[in-house]
Design a protein around this ligand. Structure first.
Ligand SMILES: Nc1ncnc2c1ncn2[C@@H]1O[C@H](COP(=O)(O)OP(=O)(O)OP(=O)(O)O)[C@@H](O)[C@H]1O
Length: 307
């Protein structure tokens, strides 16, 4: 049975005239990396703050590690690490001094954890350099090290790759994969950039105007974004048997509306069309489809920024 780190039930948050989050119901399974993707102002930080206990819902409820009552939730939040909106660094302190300050503030007795985590995030040789002289990527990595101080099982990171150069993005991506694979930490990471999240997340949650528009796995996203022939005809079952028997491919998928997606023969479309015709199939749609990640994002959350 799936083990859930987080479940929300119609979680909502309003600020005076603004409904920042509307009826958000999601379930996050342990051991995965969830990408929370949405435009600026979609409600990503609002959602993360509610989960982290930094803000309170207007309505709805949430469950962490299977617990939902107020006191139990507070206790379970000790198993959560977060970096929301910006890393909470003292810019006049070095990496080690920042780690020490946060370790003491959180009551973590083990001093060794400071260096262990700085090594993990690749900041063990920054010596006395003050955080104000760090690159954005180094600040983000230090923020992640701070979020890891209490050995969390669930890590919440708000836009940790926003504004980083390509190498900085790769560093953070590799770090997150390592945390998930080696330390079995479940991760929720937000971004407004689906291609950036694509390489790190195992699952994606699309949020727009405070509502969850779609949740899907990497495999499902790949299927939707890979180029394929989309075929609609009067006899879908006969179509699949022609694909298997005549065209020798099982690389297809029948969609709920009976459209068949064929992932082979993209460069031999005529051969497919002729074969279907030869077998008397009445084809009503035959087209090449498949979005880029950017197109797919827009198809889910809409095109215009201020619609
Ligand atoms: N404290 C607040 N008071 C009033 N409105 C707020 C507050 N916090 C957030 N909002 C509003 O709630 C909506 C969602 O904001 P939120 O910061 O959660 O979005 P986001 O997806 O994290 O965006 P960004 O990527 O720009 O940080 C926005 O319309 C924002 O203006």
């Amino acid at each position: 049975m799936a083990k859930y780190v987080l479940k929300t039930n119609r979680l909502s948050k309003s600020y005076k005239d603004t409904k920042s989050l509307s009826d958000v119901s999601v379930a996050l399974e342990a051991g995965k990396i969830y990408g929370l993707v949405g435009r600026n102002g979609a409600g990503k930080s609002t959602f993360m703050k509610l989960v982290a206990g930094l803000s309170f819902p207007t309505s709805g409820s949430l469950e962490l590690f299977g617990h939902s009552n107020k006191q139990a939730l507070q206790a379970e939040r000790k198993r959560v690490g977060c970096m929301i909106e910006y890393p909470s660094l003292d810019l006049n302190l070095s990496a080690s001094e920042n780690m020490r300050m946060h370790r003491i503030l959180r009551g973590v007795p083990n001093k060794e954890v400071e260096q262990e985590l700085l090594t993990l995030v690749g900041l063990n040789d920054t010596k006395k350099k003050k955080a104000k002289n760090f690159s954005l990527g180094m600040k983000q990595r230090l923020g992640i090290a701070i979020a890891l101080l209490n050995s969390p099982e669930f890590l919440i990171l708000d836009e940790p790759i926003n504004g980083l150069d390509p190498l900085g993005v790769i560093d953070i991506r590799n770090l997150l994969k390592k945390l998930c694979e080696e330390k079995q930490i479940t991760i929720l990471i937000s971004s407004h950039n689906l291609p950036e999240l694509y390489h790190v997340a195992t699952d994606y949650i699309f949020i727009h105007h405070g509502e969850i528009k779609q949740t899907l796995s990497r495999k499902e996203l790949d299927e939707r974004c890979s180029q394929h022939l989309s075929i609609t005809c009067d006899q879908p079952e006969k179509l699949t048997s022609v694909l298997e028997m005549e065209l020798q491919t099982t690389n297809y998928k029948v969609m709920p509306d009976n459209t068949v997606k064929v992932f082979d023969y993209l460069s031999e479309k005529e051969k497919v069309a002729q074969t279907l015709f030869k077998h008397g199939l009445a084809v009503t749609n035959f087209s090449v489809e498949g979005d880029t990640l950017e197109d797919y994002f827009i198809s889910v959350v809409g095109g215009a920024e201020n619609e």
